[in-house]
Design a protein around this ligand. Sequence first.
Ligand code: ADP
Ligand code: ZN
Length: 437
Amino acid sequence: MTYQYWNPGMETISRRGLEAWQLEKLRCAVRHALRTPFYAKRLKEAGIDSPERIKTLDDLRRIPFTTKHDLREGFPYGFLSIPKEQVVRLHASSGTTGAPTTIYFNKEDLMRWTGFVARSIYATGCNRTDVFQNMITYGLFTGGLGFHAGGEEIGMLVIPSGAGNTTRQFRLMQDFGTTVVHATPSFLLHVEAKMREEGVTRENLKLRKAFAGAEPYSEDTRKRIEELLAIDVYNSYGLSEMNGPGVAFECQCKNGLHLWEDGYIGEIINPETLEPVREGGPGELVLTCLCREATPILRYRTRDLSGFYNGPCACGRTHRRLYRIKGRTDDMLIINGVNLFPSQIEEVIMSMKEVGNNYLIVVEKEGALDRLTVQTEVGPAVFTDDSRVLNALKERIRKTLQASITINPKVELHERGSLPIFEGKAKRVHDKRPKDV
Ligand code: ADP
Ligand code: ZN
């Protein structure tokens, strides 16, 4: 296979060259950070009163971590390093885990961000002949405008369709010959189910690729979308604190996500001890933004669980690859003392062919115990007069789940289209337990 690079010099730079670049950019980031109310105090307390204190990349570890809590405390301008007149845009996080946080950009920040998104899209083999339908929420969420700008930078025809309204999405795909889409994995699964319902066949479409991200999903979910739609699906990772999309992205090898290390420094730490994890992980990903002046953010604890692969990638890029993100540290459920990530359940059910594309996890209190219920959709063939078919399938799903997660769940089967649908990030877990327990 031949690989194409948007920025060949930077994408295949030697590790030494990359580290020299990172050191220079880290000093710039510290210089900007010292101009913000938050870091002026925090960095000085840590003995870093000038960028000159950063002598080597190892000095990064002298910088204290920044948390989501810090960003919320600093709202609205605690992290702003430039005069307000120079700010040209703001974005906010989705607020999945609480109050959203705000990020500001100047003109050059936006250009640099766009460069990283363009590089990511190009790494999947797209070019200016592609027609790109951006099926994700526009607005404060970074996924809309971020991908939009990156697609235009490459020269693709970008259709700003936004999320939702599958009938309209299909019409746009057919009218303009869409070849690439961007969506959350849960929306892509929904699109596939709707296609069958509305009689849209693969042959009516020119679709070849999808970028799927903004929420965790398993390798089995990727395979399912790829097989059902006969397309290539690439994992896209980003967060508003680090601009948005274009932080880490899969290349055509689909073997981990290249973290664009000229824009972001990645570390993996143990979330309990806060010490670096040897051999790259797994652990919590910590990111330092090297490419934004208006809102510098240093050593941000993402709470996302990942790690680094060892060794080079066949595509020739020298930027290290992250594992597929398993979830956030705060997604973890404790069910009768057993730790469980929702992604573990998804992995099992998405690998079972009989199970449909949608599911919901419900946790309740039953007396003193926790009760886990997994609701999944199944096709009409299962709902016959003979309840044995239904019960046998239920039992098989329950047993497979129990073998994998070591918790005995209750399984409920629902008709297709009856579980809630999410156009943005899916909310798969409904934890009904009282909060103080
Ligand atoms: P919020 O943190 O409120 O959801 P963002 O919109 O900035 O706000 O979303 C960023 C978060 O989305 C990441 O920190 C991560 O938890 C999740 N995310 C984004 N892309 C992926 C991906 N490809 N795989 C897993 N999780 C992802
Ligand atoms: Zn690669």
